[in-house]
Ligand binder design. Structure first.
Ligand SMILES: Cc1cc2nc3c(=O)[nH]c(=O)nc-3n(C[C@H](O)[C@H](O)[C@H](O)COP(=O)(O)OP(=O)(O)OC[C@H]3O[C@@H](n4cnc5c(N)ncnc54)[C@H](O)[C@@H]3O)c2cc1C
Length: 387
């Protein structure tokens, strides 16, 4: 069968790899001139790892990623460094962290070169499976597919064509992300540090390099003239090695972006021969580190559901429709529940005012470890459906 995939982000590439391996003829349309992941790191928990195993790239992912974060003490600290809550070590044993660029490389490498078209901006998709796009010269073209997977990110043009599109909602906070230019000794401690309406996250990468993020409550659209100066002002006085991490990161390796999720829930991720996947379907705040993991799960799920017909010359409409009905059943509830939990986590972390910060810290300290373990394992214990 022929599958058109819009977007060469983590979600689109995972779907392309899985379906290509299952025997489908895949074409990926990417509007950018090259397939790039953008800087920074990404945490992948056990659920994402099993999805990568299911599409056949789990072993190579283990080689390029670091498992150190799972052995470090993690959880939430106060700005003076005192731990408020530590993660139960047995609940995050599979956590791995990777620089996004090599992750993109291992997802691209199993695909034939002709499968990925860059400078191919999709302008319209019909429920019958027709994709219209403009190439680098601006010329309009169109092509028909048995299935179109829209993995075109949070701003998805395809999702906007769904009547029930809830649109995008700004969370109230924006984030910087960076990777240090040299290894830094973290003394076995990582995780997040929570202040009043701001927090800083530390994540070890392979070779001692450190991926960090800093999140601040700011008005939507606010920009800083000098990222280093803003980071120093807000986090420079926090516990070691936060100031050192900021100074050890080159300005061109620091990214800044508003954090948003979807303004409501889509009742279905499918329409005719179209399936939404990844952030296009369920963009979530990054508080649980699950946006990419859920895109990987979507890709592994759709691969398993289509595997029986992927290698056929032309997929019967009925078989595609049945697979998409099951895709909705398996993905809508789970992803929206995780997105909702992630949003609440962000609201808690950014509790307004000093008084509420104190109450939040007390709540965090009082959270039973068993409840935390249950929450973590309910997300990470996911397994792909059998084909
Ligand atoms: C600060 C931050 C930290 C995060 N940390 C984590 C983490 O630790 N773990 C985790 O699992 N997730 C994390 N996430 C979430 C994760 O980054 C996203 O969920 C994931 O990257 C989404 O992938 P995607 O493929 O769905 O979309 P995207 O990565 O947005 O890819 C969409 C692609 O589609 C292309 N495109 C868009 N429109 C068109 C068009 N019309 N035609 C052709 N191409 C088009 C775009 O150019 C892009 O390449 C984090 C997110 C943020 C913001």
């Amino acid at each position: 069968m022929r599958v058109g995939i819009i977007g060469a982000g983590i979600g689109g590439l995972c779907a392309a790899v899985g379906l290509h391996r299952a025997g489908a003829e895949v074409t990926v349309f990417e509007q950018a001139p090259s397939v790039r992941a953008g800087g920074s790191g990404i945490s992948v928990f056990g659920n994402g790892l099993r999805a990568l195993d299911a599409i056949g790239v789990g072993d190579v992912f283990r080689e390029i990623s670091s498992s150190e974060a799972a052995r470090f003490t993690g959880g939430q600290r106060r700005p003076d460094g005192a731990w408020l809550k530590t993660f139960p070590a047995d609940a995050i044993t599979e956590l791995r962290v990777v620089d996004r660029e090599p992750l993109h490389e291992i997802l691209l490498s199993p695909l034939p070169g002709s499968a990925v078209r860059t400078e191919a901006k999709v302008t319209a998709v019909s429920p019958a499976g027709s994709v219209s796009w403009s190439d680098g010269s601006g010329a309009q073209q169109s092509e028909d597919f048995d299935l179109v997977i829209a993995a075109d990110g949070i701003g998805s043009r395809v999702r906007r064509s769904f009547q029930s599109d809830p649109g995008i909602a700004y969370s109230g906070y924006s984030a910087w992300r960076g990777i240090t230019r040299h290894p830094i000794d973290l003394d076995g401690e990582a995780g997040e540090t929570w202040g009043t309406r701001k927090r800083f996250g530390i994540v070890p990468l392979k070779g001692g390099y450190v991926y960090w993020f800093a999140v601040l409550s700011v008005a939507e659209g606010h920009r800083f003239a000098d990222n280093h100066a803003a980071l120093r002002e807000h986090f420079g006085g926090w516990h070691a090695p936060i100031a050192e991490l900021i100074e050890a990161t080159d300005a061109d390796r620091i990214g800044y972006q508003p954090i948003s999720d979807l303004g409501g829930r889509l009742p279905s991720y499918t329409r005719g021969r179209i399936a939404l996947l990844g952030d296009a379907a369920h963009a979530m705040t990054p508080n649980l580190g699950q946006g990419g993991g859920q895109a990987m799960e979507d890709a592994a799920t759709i691969t398993a559901l289509l595997a029986p017909i992927a290698g056929s010359q032309a997929a019967p409409e009925r078989a595609v429709a049945d697979a998409l009905t099951r895709y909705d059943k398996l993905r809508v509830k789970r992803t929206q529940s995780i997105a909702a939990r992630s949003r609440v986590g962000g609201q808690l972390a950014h509790a307004p005012g000093k008084g509420l910060t104190g109450a939040r810290d007390l709540l965090l300290k009082a959270t039973p470890t068993a409840a935390l373990r249950k929450q973590l394992t309910s997300i990470q214990g996911w397994r792909p459906p059998s084909s």
